[in-house]
Ligand binder design. Structure first.
Ligand SMILES: *Cc1c(COP(=O)(O)O)cnc(C)c1O
Length: 231
């Protein structure tokens, strides 16, 4: 029988095992529950089993759940593509955005971040396998973009995010993730606050943790298969 509690236990065990194998403290890997297409009741069940961070891809769906749940203990991460005319509600309602890939969006998020809230935590999305269908910048564009974003007052650069090719094998994943790990080390010289590598999903969290993931974004392995909205 499918249960969110059992699935969570299984995912946490996988994270712990992978961290141990990589000689890392498992507390250095945060579990982000990817809750796109899920009902608020399912998220609440996850909250009851210790999840406090959710990743959402679709803005209106996310805003509905944020309002319905009205739970200040939750950290909301926006992990979907960003339309530049939809930045205001993201700046107002989320604590993290993983998918920043252009200056215009960063500028808008910074200027629309309400005063009184801490800076918005930002990951720059890298299109690590140079796929036409994916958002994100090339690694070669990272330094100039990061330099400009670093000047914006209400954003806090936290690191890098990537979604590798869906059909990549373990060797290819490891190659891509290692490039990201090196890029993060470079980025840290420019932005000491950059401490985050947002990589790893249900099928590849072990490789990602081996390569330095600090946030794994897990949907299916927690909530079961999605019936729509598969990216
Ligand atoms: C849906 C999604 C995930 C989760 O994928 P699963 O394979 O269901 O774990 C992670 N990251 C992003 C950006 C997603 O859109």
């Amino acid at each position: 029988m499918f249960s969110i509690a059992d699935n969570l236990e299984n995912v946490r065990n996988r994270i712990e095992k992978a961290a141990t194998a990589a000689q890392r403290d498992h507390a250095s890997v945060r579990l982000l529950a990817v809750s796109k297409t899920r009902q608020a009741s399912e998220l609440i069940e996850a909250v009851q089993h210790g999840v406090h961070e959710f990743g959402e891809n679709y803005l209106q769906e996310a805003l509905d759940k944020i309002t319905e749940m009205n739970d200040p203990s939750i950290t909301w991460h926006f992990i979907g593509p960003i339309q530049s005319n939809k930045t205001r509600p993201i700046a107002e309602h989320f604590q993290w955005v993983h998918t920043v890939d252009r200056l215009k969006v960063a500028q808008r998020l910074s200027s629309q971040r309400p005063t009184g809230l801490p800076p918005l935590n930002i990951c720059i999305q890298i299109n690590i396998d140079n796929e036409d269908s994916k958002s994100g910048i090339a690694l070669s564009e990272l330094q100039p973009l990061a330099r400009q974003i670093n000047e914006l007052p209400n954003l806090h650069i936290r690191g890098l995010m990537a979604i590798p090719r869906a059909d990549a094998d373990n060797t290819e994943l490891q190659h891509s993730y290692t490039q990201l790990q090196n890029a993060l080390a470079e980025l840290k010289k420019l932005c000491p606050s950059a401490d985050t590598l947002s990589i790893g999903m249900s099928d590849d969290l072990e490789v990602a943790i081996h390569c330095g993931a600090t946030i794994v974004r897990i949907g299916t392995a927690i909530f079961g298969p999605r019936s729509y909205g598969q990216p």
